[in-house]
Design a binder for this molecule. Structure first.
Ligand SMILES: [Zn+2]
Length: 276
């Protein structure tokens, strides 16, 4: 459920928001501050499944491009870590779902036991939705911190368009992948790169980044998922599966963008600010 208010349907004095027909200002817990001296062109109020209300402001804001730097990075979705950088750094895996899994299972069991249509059923439903919301919030927060950091630290960022190569029919693995939310993470990298004058290069999802030896470019036929380290049969290089893949992604991304395959960074004027 959400309602959008045009500029004549709310008042904003720089600190408080009052909607039309309401006498008092809304009690807002700010997720982030609005830029100073801006006039929101619209305000949207929404409610999620956990019965939480959100207010988002649409504002125009000039975002200065970051100073140009020379560092470039390739990113790969790891299995045991969320992201592997071509520098060799593995960035943690916040297994939010696993941490909160028990809580969620308990809430879901309780919900299932309640009588259909009863008040208690609705109460239990909200509890389940709250645990879900908490998991989503923590995941998004983590992804935002990481995507901001990567955009700040690198001029060119290369990723695979989809992390399909790891999507095997393995329940636990599928879970871990949805847990880290690669698609959302790449989406954040894309718009933050655009804002900051960085270049995000998405390489073809079928490029064999794991199975290619970074040293000699030999492609092996098969590399089972449980093989974490391997030796290239052609050149004898010892390779860490994930680091090798992210190095290949960087090299491939750079060669693609040198051929004009990448989108030039475009500055955008407006973005949505969503306090909560
Ligand atoms: Zn090799």
């Amino acid at each position: 459920m959400h309602t959008t208010y045009a500029s004549n349907a709310f008042t904003w004095d720089g600190e408080t928001l009052t909607l039309a027909k309401m006498k008092t200002a809304l009690d807002i817990h700010w997720h982030r501050a609005l830029p100073k001296h801006v006039k929101p062109s619209s305000v949207t109020v929404s409610k999620d499944g956990a019965n939480r209300y959100f207010v988002s402001f649409l504002v125009a804001e000039d975002i200065p491009a970051l100073p140009i730097i020379t560092s470039m990075v390739g990113l790969d979705l790891g299995l045991t870590s969320m992201v592997i950088l071509s520098t060799g750094e593995a960035v943690g895996n916040p297994r939010f779902l696993q941490q909160d899994e028990k809580k969620l299972a308990r809430a879901q069991r309780r919900h299932a036991k309640k009588r259909k249509g009863s008040k208690n059923k609705e109460k239990a439903r909200v509890k389940v939705a709250r645990v879900h919301a908490r998991i989503c919030d923590r995941r998004r927060d983590y992804q935002h911190k990481l995507s901001t950091r990567i955009v700040h630290e690198n001029q060119v960022i290369c990723v695979e368009s989809l992390a399909v190569k790891n999507m095997v029919k393995n329940h636990c693995l599928a879970r871990a992948i949805s847990d880290v939310g690669w698609g959302e993470f790449v989406r954040q990298l894309a718009y933050k790169s655009q804002w900051s004058g960085r270049t995000l290069v998405k390489i073809d999802q079928w490029y064999p980044s794991s199975k290619t030896c970074y040293e000699c470019k030999q492609v092996v036929d098969d590399l089972p998922l449980d093989v974490r380290e391997w030796t290239c049969p052609a050149c004898g290089a010892w390779l860490d599966r994930d680091i090798n893949a992210s190095k290949n992604i960087l090299a491939e991304g750079l060669s693609v963008s040198a051929c004009g395959g990448s989108v030039r960074p475009v500055r955008v004027q407006a973005r949505q600010v969503t306090p909560q």
